[in-house]
Write a protein that binds this ligand. Structure first.
Ligand code: PCA
Length: 327
């Protein structure tokens, strides 16, 4: 009896050593769409370090910010098809695939950091399911600061926006342009400095963060705080890559993802004030949108909310209801 136990223990020990050797040093590439200095990219870099350190190097994650490995609009497909094992992308960039992805870009639904968390909590179970059906595993998500409007002139009403070339970043921002009489052109954040410099675009809706990251004061003059919505980035893993991990590594990743979601959120909160201050410091006129403009935009928001609810069906309605109940 004793002998058998000894044998088993020895076999287990050998097996453990064997496994340790076989599992050594897996490396995952993590493409990201935004510049290395952006707070999402910094959060991703810290997350990657956390995993590399926490697994003792058994899994190394290497981030590739600024669209350097895959451009923003290629990242999700690259991870779905296993060209990269993990990646980060703007959640609402995929709302043309499924309206659910646009839940964070409904004008004037969730307009503060606190509400952004509540909306995410209401939506997350549906995202877990949706992503699972797309060969992906959702890890963490961090909001951008509130969205405001950038122009090259003073704007006090929707009529003032007519005919302006507007840089959009998803279907909702394209629709916003249409409803305000502007001309949408979809451009990744990594390319907007050039688009503004060459006049391809002359306006956008975005956070102070992206305006600061891309130094838009070189071309644009006005930023209106609208607090229209807080879109999110999300980080996801290819399901086959995920299934190939042992439980210890999975647990480390989950722990690091939780830290990243928390730390990223607070970075966003701090970055909002800092970056808007920087826009003003660099010569831009920064102001709250006037009451006429705000009222007109809110009416457009109500229309867009109705359109989204129609597309997102009962799942969308359940999320919005759950969010409102949690407010
Ligand atoms: N910056 C990103 C998305 C939202 C934001 O604040 C962008 O403009 O592409």
């Amino acid at each position: 009896m004793k002998k058998t136990v000894m044998k088993t223990v020895t076999a287990a020990a050998v097996l453990a050593v064997g496994c340790g050797t076989a599992a050594a040093a897996d490396k995952w590439d993590m493409p990201m769409g935004y510049s290395a200095s952006n707070f999402h990219s910094m959060t991703g870099a810290e997350f990657a370090k956390c995993v590399t350190k926490g697994t003792g190097g058994e899994l190394e994650i290497v981030t590739h910010p600024g669209g350097s490995l895959f451009k923003g609009n290629e990242i999700k497909r690259a991870v779905q098809t296993g060209q990269a094992q993990i990646g980060e992308r703007l959640l609402s960039a995929h709302q043309n695939e499924n309206a659910l992805f646009g839940v964070d870009s409904i004008p004037f639904l969730a307009t503060s950091f606190e509400d952004s968390i509540k909306l995410w909590k209401a939506a997350k179970p549906e995202f877990d399911k949706l992503m699972d059906s797309q060969n992906l595993v959702l890890l963490y998500s961090v909001p951008w600061p509130a969205q405001g409007l950038y122009f090259k002139k003073e704007v006090n009403s929707v009529a003032d926006m007519k005919g302006i070339k507007f840089r959009s970043y998803n279907t909702a921002t394209g629709r916003l342009a249409e409803l305000t009489g502007m001309l949408p052109v979809q451009i990744e954040a990594a390319e907007i400095s050039q688009a503004f410099a060459t006049g391809v675009a002359e306006s956008m809706v975005s956070s102070g963060s992206t305006g600061y990251d891309r130094k838009v004061w070189e071309s644009l003059t006005h930023f209106y705080e609208v607090d229209a919505w807080l879109p999110r980035n999300y980080t996801f893993v290819n399901k086959d890559s995920w299934n190939g991990l042992n439980d210890t590594v999975k647990n480390v990743i989950h722990g690091c993802a939780e830290i990243a979601e928390y730390a990223g959120y607070w970075r966003a909160v701090q970055y909002q004030e800092f970056t808007i201050g920087q826009l003003a410091k660099n010569g831009m006129t920064v102001a709250k949108a006037g009451s006429k403009l705000k009222g007109e935009l809110e009416a457009i928001g109500t229309k867009m909310t109705g359109e989204w609810l129609e597309k997102a069906g009962s799942t969308g309605k359940a999320i919005v209801d759950a969010f409102k109940a949690s407010q």
